[in-house]
Design a protein around this ligand. Structure first.
Ligand SMILES: Cc1cc2nc3c(=O)[nH]c(=O)nc-3n(C[C@H](O)[C@H](O)[C@H](O)COP(=O)(O)OP(=O)(O)OC[C@H]3O[C@@H](n4cnc5c(N)ncnc54)[C@H](O)[C@@H]3O)c2cc1C
Length: 534
């Protein structure tokens, strides 16, 4: 639940060095503003980067509540300044201001060149976006019931894009105002989406909301490119950076948000080069900036719905009617871990709810009450691992007998390490606050005190849209290399179409391997294009 503006501790005000201010002054314009002057307001289409030389600025929400103040040598702005989204807050001068204004495109070019400034600006923008996501009344308002699939899709879109948003469910007894807002609207008009600045959209697609917010580029009805990358997770972004930097005209599309599953990870501990770990948001924001630096075009939300093989070019059709003709295609549409259909799941993911149990999680869960959900061997292994680490583990699964789905030796191990097994158990609700889980309620009505949950409900590849155009394994993952009878590693049964990352059959489901495969796919694309040109 977002907090009122006054209760959210904003990130500490950053300080620019004298030389950074001088650099910004060279490429920007020095301006002054008097007390009370509004530098930008909620709903504006854009605003410049503002580096404060002297004076003070207050940042307020749409209702006028103050969120934070910034003074001399600090700067104002947040992630939307880079992505071009509609402005979520108002900036008003509270002490006569002398400042440098740098237009967005000029700032972006500078960030590509100036490492220390880029590090400072990106980390502050990301921290501010996380803080804004916790402030009540900032961002978009989504009004629609849980029973409306379009509403749930819009919520997933907002979460995936890390937009500050508030969800108002008209079926909740304590929000009669929400019920009044959507009274009389039919299902096709849901959800009602209210944008910063007051514009209301009835039953918009995620693409319409994106474009209304100014996010992302709009594609032409037909695009022709050297390389189309489907999916902007680590594998797709890896392919984008290497493709674009090596001279291929590269387009990346994603149906939801740039960053993929990795973008939703609170902390990736095993990514090479970041010994202290890195948040998924930071890793993927950096990757997106890097891909853009090399000239890759990134477009969201565009969902690929079909692939038609061709001689010189394959054609991928998108849900909104556009088509992309590409000399080579990298499939990087990943997999979706099955999630629990319960309210507020995302609030706990990465802090109390996990999809993998490794050493850090075992350490975190020592002497804690932990639930492992799932009846397969992966759930059994995780339960044993966590119990051996000292956690008090309960394994919850839906069937009458665990032996229907789990190997006998694991069932014995569960007994040996004191794992409590609950048959015919499904979780219906989560309870807790600030990402910390306290308890769950089972569909039977029973309440269990659990501090952590591990979900092993299987991963589904995002490959339905491919039909039979490329070979897939029994679980739907894309076959590549020798098992596909393909000439090249990572190439699918369709020459010129490659697969990288989680979408690939037998891949290691990790960020680093996904990035590596994306990069490697580009080498193989070069080889394929060279062979085709001979
Ligand atoms: C909560 C969480 C925490 C994790 N933590 C770690 C960790 O600490 N360390 C680690 O190594 N790994 C971790 N992982 C796993 C890691 O994130 C994945 O292995 C990695 O993201 C796979 O990258 P990918 O690019 O192959 O696919 P994805 O990240 O799944 O990206 C695929 C993208 O394709 C898009 N897409 C799907 N279908 C279509 C379509 N039809 N058209 C267009 N776009 C489409 C999706 O929207 C998505 O953005 C974690 C995963 C999760 C969910």
């Amino acid at each position: 639940m977002p907090e009122p503006a006054s209760q959210v501790a904003p990130p500490a005000s950053p300080t620019l060095s004298a030389s950074q201010l001088a650099t910004l002054a060279e490429i920007g314009e020095e301006r002054v503003a008097d007390v009370g002057e509004v530098l930008y307001r909620v709903g504006d289409r854009s605003y410049p980067f503002i580096a404060i030389i002297a004076g003070e600025v207050a940042i307020r929400d749409a209702a006028g509540n103050e969120i934070v103040r910034h003074g001399a040598a600090s700067f104002i702005g947040e992630l939307n300044l880079l992505s071009g989204q509609t402005v979520f807050v108002t900036a008003i001068v509270t002490e006569r201001l002398r400042y440098v204004a740098v237009e967005r495109d000029v700032l972006r070019a500078l960030l590509f060149e100036d490492g220390p400034l880029s590090d400072l600006v990106l980390s502050v923008f990301i921290a501010r976006r996380e803080a804004l996501q916790r402030v009540q009344g900032v961002g978009i308002e989504i009004v629609g019931p849980r029973s409306s699939p379009a509403t749930m899709q819009m919520l997933e879109y907002a979460r995936g894009n890390r937009l500050p948003f508030a969800w108002r469910d008209p079926e909740r007894a304590d929000d009669t105002a929400a019920a009044a807002l959507v009274a009389g609207l039919d299902a096709t008009s849901l959800p009602l989406v209210r944008l910063p600045g007051g514009v209301e959209l009835h039953g918009p697609s995620t693409g319409e909301v994106s474009r209304a917010l100014g996010i992302g580029r709009e594609l032409a009805p037909r695009e022709e490119v050297d390389l189309l990358v489907v999916g902007a997770g680590p594998a797709g972004l890896g392919a984008a950076v290497y493709g674009a930097s090596e001279g291929l005209d590269t387009l990346v599309i994603d149906s939801t948000a740039l960053g993929g599953q990795a973008g939703s990870s609170r902390r990736i501990e095993n990514y090479l080069g970041f010994p202290a770990g890195i948040t998924g948001t930071e890793l993927t924001t950096r990757a997106v900036t890097q891909a853009r630096k090399f000239g890759a075009r990134l477009a969201t939300p565009y969902r690929a719905v079909s692939l038609t093989p061709g001689d010189a070019r394959h054609v991928v059709r998108l849900e909104e009617g556009n088509e992309v003709a590409a000399r080579a295609v990298v499939l990087a549409s990943g997999a979706q871990y099955r999630r629990l259909p319960v309210e507020a799941l995302a609030d706990y993911e990465g802090t109390s709810i996990f999809y993998a149990a490794g050493p850090p999680e075992a350490q975190l869960c020592g002497a804690e009450r932990v639930g492992v959900v799932g009846g397969g061997n992966s759930a059994g292994q995780a339960a044993v691992w966590l119990a051996r680490g000292g956690a008090l583990v309960t394994l919850l699964h839906r069937r009458a007998d665990l032996r229907e789905t789990m190997s006998d030796y694991l069932v014995r191990e569960l007994e040996r390490y004191g794992v409590a097994v609950r048959d015919r158990s499904e979780i219906g609700a989560l309870h807790g606050a600030d990402g910390r889980l306290d308890a769950v309620t089972l569909r039977s009505g029973e309440r269990l005190h659990l501090s952590f949950l591990f979900l092993f409900l299987g991963a589904l590849p995002c490959t339905d849209w491919l039909d039979d155009t490329v070979g897939r394994d029994d679980h739907g993952f894309v076959l590549t290399g020798p098992p596909a009878g393909a000439e090249r590693l990572l190439e699918t049964t369709l020459p010129g179409v490659f697969a990288a990352g989680d979408v690939r059959s037998d891949s290691t489901k990790r960020c680093a391997t996904a990035v590596g495969e994306g990069a490697m796919a580009v080498q193989l694309v070069h080889a394929r294009l060279a062979a085709a040109a001979r």
